[in-house]
Design a protein around this ligand. Sequence first.
Ligand code: TXA
Ligand code: MG
Length: 369
Amino acid sequence: MSNAPQDPGPFSPAPALTTRVMHVNPASPEPDVIAQAAAVVQAGGLVAFPTETVYGLGANALDPTAVKRIFRAKGRPAADPLIVHVTSYDVLTTLTTLPLERLARLKHFWPGPLTVVVPKTALVPLEVTAGLDSVALRMPVHPVARALIDAAGTPIAAPSANAFTRPSPTEARHVLQDLNGRFELLLDGGPTEHGLESTVLDLTGDVPSLLRPGAVTVEALQAVFTDLALPAPQFLPDSVPLKSPGTHLKHYSPRAKVTLFSVASSEAGSEGVDALRAEVLESLKLGVKVGVLLSEESLLALAELPVELASLGEAARLEQAGARLFAGLRLLDERGVDVIYAVTFPEAGLGRTLNDRLRRAAEGRVRFV
Ligand code: TXA
Ligand code: MG
């Protein structure tokens, strides 16, 4: 028999709570705001808060009842484990059996957008880890996340604060779009910096292994973890059981159908944009409402067409694309498009992470050109 907690069942339609929204200064959070949020966490409630990656939906990680409420609020399967957020190495050593010296290399990335999967101690409830004997740990750098963890006096379990399979929230209003009425308090600290979730690194095996590309690039990881194992190629069918359950193919999906245009060469994509433009023209002939998600430069090629445009910023600045990707998908959904077309990035640096999120949003619909 598996130790895994029971699945909370389908996303229930009826919101039961009034979600309070409080503005918070992202650089220097007001102590009284943080104190109120910490009180909610201590009472077993749920607080959505900004991190440097995306907004998280947090609860006291050591309170199994509170943790179960996260799964119910998101409609997330109980088999998908959560990340536990901490601010100190002292607390960290109460959550993992790995000796501190094995974690020394993390100082290159922490505090920051890296998560490590390590063997857990008995203190970590199985509700957090979906019955696994490992736990995902992250030390965020965002002042609001840190202040909340410190004031609550407990590690905070937090997945991204979106409904299951929806794009991760990079603004407070995205959290409300998905989860209003399902949790007690939202701390609105403005848009998040990276806009892409943390990189997840598995340290439970013989060699460190990448489970999810994220805001820390593979190249940056390899500079410190020289023996880093990279995952087998993308496009895994949804039926294959994965080590990191949140990496299933259907994820980050807007309501519109996303199709990607991928250029085989490593040249940044004008051919991809040409193929995309041809598809846009076909779709318009059929009366389809089209949205496109492209760099400023590429959007120029579509400027005169009756399509909804969402910009990923300057083509050469991948961090801008990261910060805008999920917001762009949601914006096009809000405009009521039927389809969204985008192109893949050269598979290096943040391009690898962007491609991963785009492929999942497209649920595998990729045209190679
Ligand atoms: O940037 C982030 O990581 C954000 C912010 C809020 O910190 N959080 C986030 O959480 O993206 P979530 O739940 O959306 O993604 C957590 C990922 C999932 O892919 C999950 O399967 C994986 O981490 N994970 C968690 N615990 C794990 C474990 N014990 N073994 C393997 N994978 C694990
Ligand atoms: Mg998520």
